[in-house]
Design a protein around this ligand. Sequence first.
Ligand code: ATP
Ligand code: MG
Length: 446
Amino acid sequence: MRLSRYFLPVLKENPAEAQIVSHRYMLRAGMIKQQAAGIYSWLPMGYKVLKRIEQIVHEEQIRAGHIPLLMPTLQPADLWRESGRYDDYGQEMLRIKDRHDRDMLYGPTNEEMITDIFRAHVNSYKDLPLTLYHIQWKFRDEVRPRFGVMRGREFLMKDGYNFDLTKDDALHAYNRHMVSYLRTYERMGLTAIPMRAASGPIGGDNTHEFLVLASTGESEVFYDDRVTALKLGNREVDFDNRAEVLGICEEFTSLYARTDETHDATLFDAIPEAHRKVGRGIEVGQIFYFGTKYSDSMGATVVTADGNRVPVEMGSHGIGVSRLLGALIEANHDDKGIIWPEGVTPFHCGIVNLKQGDGATDAACEGLYKALKAKGLDPLYDDRDERAGAKFATMDLIGLPWRITVGPRGLANGVVELTSRRSGESEEMSAEAAVDRIAAIYADHP
Ligand code: ATP
Ligand code: MG
């Protein structure tokens, strides 16, 4: 993309309404525009990152054997009357009447609707196990929408639902989700720690939240600081292998880490003093096992091998797709702007032309731009007629991990400059070498 033809409405001033750095940078970098409290338009560059995150979530769900579908944002109230949650949900639910005076609502989550789909089409234990998920907009009329996309009213969530015959099978589904979530966050360059949690309105007694540590997080967290060093790395996982999946879950949950209130009694026994930490975190996902809570009330049953009819075992699992943009920026920035991890960056690299209009410099930039695209890369070429300082400031703000700077002085020596946004370090090399280097870096980030 050529910046002169793109739509990147960068703000020079710090927007007064933004209290935390991710919100400030998303507004300043022209990624989002607020349309009402907690409701945003996703401008082109914000939309691009959102789509990259969505893509990673899809790929990792499918890798774990989960099946994508799409349910609507609007739901009939009757489904929620069946589960008993229509009244329980309270003011967070946006309630709507259609022209026939029927009660509708904008879905805050989809347990009822997926259970309705299940009971309409699945009848036998032979169709289990089954995990269905979608990535769809939700609406929760939060009391205090704030911090930009971090706590929106309208927000994008991946929500998945497992259906199993036995509790053991459902607990394997729970563990499978834990491991696939760990993979998902790691691919984004994010450390999200699974922590034991309280279950809230979804119900059930087995639940973990995934927390990104950040001083601006809304949750108080209690943990053994050695959990932050755990990594999956390039480990291949066989998601059908129960022992292997359980082993990984045990490794990641054996150290004390929780967000609920039950810590008081145990926190000072459970963690050696040198590793005890109380901090704050951003919840980027949560998994639940709740057994037959919805299948009982909504009549979702299957016939077993010996001909009995039993309610299906269930769990649900959510990732805050739009909140992840905020969490990623809270975890990756400096005082000049965002520093995107390679896995989610909107463009693979920037090209800065130091002397727009100079024939040789323009030609070198064009050559680089085309060579990068020929390798399947997506560069952002700053071809505006602007001062070098302004171009650097824009690149630093929008946070592309790599920048190639091209000017007449370097070209006279046959070199361009390759700069890492994260370390700030620069290296001179030929344009061809710079293209090869960028291609090699992204070969590790499919
Ligand atoms: P919170 O405690 O932050 O209100 P929640 O526990 O009510 O979230 P879940 O029902 O677990 O949310 O939803 C799954 C995920 O969706 C959360 O882990 C979070 O990342 C994201 N999410 C929830 N509410 C919002 C919101 N208002 N804005 C953006 N993302 C949200
Ligand atoms: Mg939650």
